[in-house]
Design a protein around this ligand. Structure first.
Ligand code: CTP
Length: 406
């Protein structure tokens, strides 16, 4: 009973699917949770606070102040009280406000004060869901660590058919249960892990470099998933944007070049149990660095002489001993054969294969599709998922593998 005794704030915004929130509320209560409803002014147009108060056994919170007494409703207290906040239904407008911190109602102020996990179940018409603005906001919420319970495809209130319908209450409850089970299950407590993430930049002169498109999302998600599994985590991050969120307690070492990454990874690996090389290390670096900007007027053309960078994962493979070492293989063809030979060459225990032939997989996406190959010769295929879910799969695989499940 993972929901038993849990404090849940159920945020309801103004969409037709709000009628399903009453059933969702009942299911949560039936599973033993204590639920406080926060509803937006528009939400009340779709379902009455009286129904929700009767089902939850608590007065519904909606206004900043109680109309009769002038008493202030503290969103801060609610944010601290909640073990989980579920916003269902989340309209395009509420999602947009959450993504941008527009705190003009109790639901949003509570969201901004929430200390623990937030989960959002979007509900809207298919065109609104597909709109770049909505997708941008959803992706920002994901980056902020919010769990998105993807809307289902089906008949919509508009009479159109497509993706946008709020997921069924049973599925939302399932996602909440899964979250709490993960929280309780900390199989890697006491293990030290180092993860590399992002690209490396190899300087040509003070203003130019050789780099690649790696966003760092996969590596950051892996570091977070290890933390969630109880491990003591160090992340060695190449130059990535500053919008990637890391869970508290993770130590972050910033590096720029492959050589800096190698130095940090070798040092950390020696005092770790597990390393995951998720960085897209530049394979080549300029042989020489010009310490002043190379002037266009003084050159007709240019040939850059590049030298090979060290293979960080292979260097770790050479000093591995009893430690567990995992790497990635990004391939465009002969995927399995290439990945297997990479695992062998680098002395890895496991390799995570991404094929650029799979839509939604690889460097610049929020999703990924992986196949895990192990040293023992086993192959495990996974569906296309968000990078966060892929990271959780990888970490629970490693936890199981170390525990001898494979
Ligand atoms: N890797 C590394 N150091 C490098 C290159 C790669 O540690 N100089 C690691 C990556 O972090 C990844 C794995 O090796 O875990 C495979 O990276 P990938 O780019 O797929 O392969 P390469 O070894 O670069 O081989 P190729 O370019 O021939 O595919």
């Amino acid at each position: 009973m993972p929901l038993k005794g849990k404090h849940i704030v159920l945020g309801i915004s103004g969409g037709i699917a709000a009628y399903k929130s009453a059933y969702l509320l009942r299911l949560l209560i039936r599973k033993g949770a204590e639920v406080q409803v926060v509803i937006t002014p528009n939400g009340k147009e779709f379902i009455t606070p009286a129904t929700l108060a009767a089902l939850s056994g608590k007065p519904v919170v909606s206004e900043f102040f109680a109309a009769n007494t002038g008493e202030w409703h503290s969103h801060v207290d609610l944010g601290i009280w909640a073990d989980l906040m579920i916003v269902a239904p989340a309209t395009a407008s509420t999602i947009g406000k959450m993504a941008n911190g527009i705190a003009d109602n109790m639901l949003i102020t509570t969201y901004l004060s929430a200390k623990e996990q937030v989960m959002v179940a979007p509900a809207m018409d298919l065109d609104m869901w597909a709109h770049p603005s909505t997708q941008r906001n959803v992706s920002r919420l994901r980056q902020d660590g919010v769990i998105i319970v993807e809307p289902a495809a089906g008949e919509l209130a508009s009479g159109l058919t497509g993706k946008g319908r709020m997921e069924e209450p049973e599925k939302i409850v399932e996602a909440a249960e899964k979250y709490f089970l993960r929280q309780e299950n900390k199989p890697l407590t006491g293990k030290r892990v180092v993860v590399s993430a992002g690209p490396t930049y190899e300087n040509i002169d003070p203003v130019r470099f050789i780099g690649n498109y790696s966003s760092g999302k996969m590596g950051f998600a892996i570091a977070n998933a290890f933390r969630q599994a109880g491990a003591d985590v160090t992340l060695v991050a190449g130059p990535v944007g500053n919008d990637l969120k890391l869970y508290s307690g993770i130590r972050r070492i910033n590096v720029r070049s492959a050589l800096e990454m190698l130095e940090a990874m070798e040092k950390e690996f020696l005092c770790s149990d597990i390393a995951v090389c998720a960085a897209a290390v530049a394979d080549y670096a300029p042989a020489e660095y010009a310490d002043k900007k190379i002037k266009r007027a003084k050159t007709d053309g240019m040939t850059l002489h590049l030298v090979k960078n060290p293979d960080i994962s292979a260097r770790l493979g050479a000093i591995k001993g009893q430690r567990f070492l995992a790497g990635f293989a990004l391939e465009t063809d002969n995927e399995l054969i290439n990945a297997l030979s990479k695992m062998e060459r680098k002395n890895l225990d496991m390799i995570v294969l991404n094929s650029l032939r799979d839509e939604g997989a690889g460097m610049m996406t929020d999703t990924n599709k992986i196949t895990i190959l192990t040293r023992e010769g086993n192959t495990y295929g996974y569906d296309l998922k968000s990078k966060r879910e892929v990271a959780e799969d990888i970490v629970s695989f490693i936890a199981g593998h170390i525990g001898g499940d494979d």
